[in-house]
Design a protein around this ligand. Structure first.
Ligand SMILES: [Fe+2]
Ligand SMILES: [Fe+2]
Length: 181
């Protein structure tokens, strides 16, 4: 340790140009961006909990197709959380993984879809708002990452809206008959 420190001090005094180079590599992020990334992380952690519970409730009711689909969605949210954690660490912030918002569990399939739909609507809005903020602050890397997540949230929302429309058209009983195997 001491040797490294000595080397750095030596370089610092004799090659100030190199020190400028080191400063250019300092990727410390805007505190506002780190705060927003952590808020998005809380949303993702909440979605993971909500969707895993919904998926397992579907399995328990015998709706295997729904279980499989919702489980895949929960795993996608885990990957979103991973991307956000990676970005916070890259920006030299501290990822806060212990924050959780209210988890809204639906007591039946339709209620689950409506609650998940609401979560996805909020996610789409939050990512859009924060992409705009990151662009304004000149953090295009964070905006790029959030845009890739946003596209998947839009896909989730689209699927949920489609299911609710199918229930409306086919009636719940007929819709659920199709979800068993
Ligand atoms: Fe997500
Ligand atoms: Fe989502």
């Amino acid at each position: 340790m001491n040797i490294h420190y000595f080397n750095f001090a030596f370089i610092h005094e004799n090659l100030p140009g190199l020190v400028i180079g080191i400063n250019l590599l300092d990727m410390k992020g805007e505190p506002k961006i780190i705060e927003k990334l952590n808020a998005l992380l809380a949303d993702e952690m909440t979605a993971i909990s909500q969707y895993i519970i919904h998926a397992e409730m579907c399995a328990n009711w015998g709706y295997k197709k729904l279980h499989d689909h919702i489980k895949v969605r929960a795993i996608t949210e885990m990957k979103h959380a991973e991307k956000l954690i990676e970005r916070v660490i890259f920006l030299e912030g501290t990822p806060k993984i212990n924050l959780l918002n209210e988890v809204n569990i639906g007591e039946n399939i339709e209620e689950q879809f409506k609650n998940d739909c609401r979560a996805e609507e909020l996610a789409v809005k939050a990512y859009n708002d924060n992409i705009r903020l990151a662009m304004e602050l000149g953090d295009h890397g964070t905006a790029y990452i959030m845009r890739s997540i946003l596209m998947e949230e839009e896909g989730h929302l689209d699927w949920l809206e489609m299911q609710l429309e199918m229930i409306r058209q086919l009636q719940l009983k007929n819709y659920l008959m199709e979800q068993m195997s």
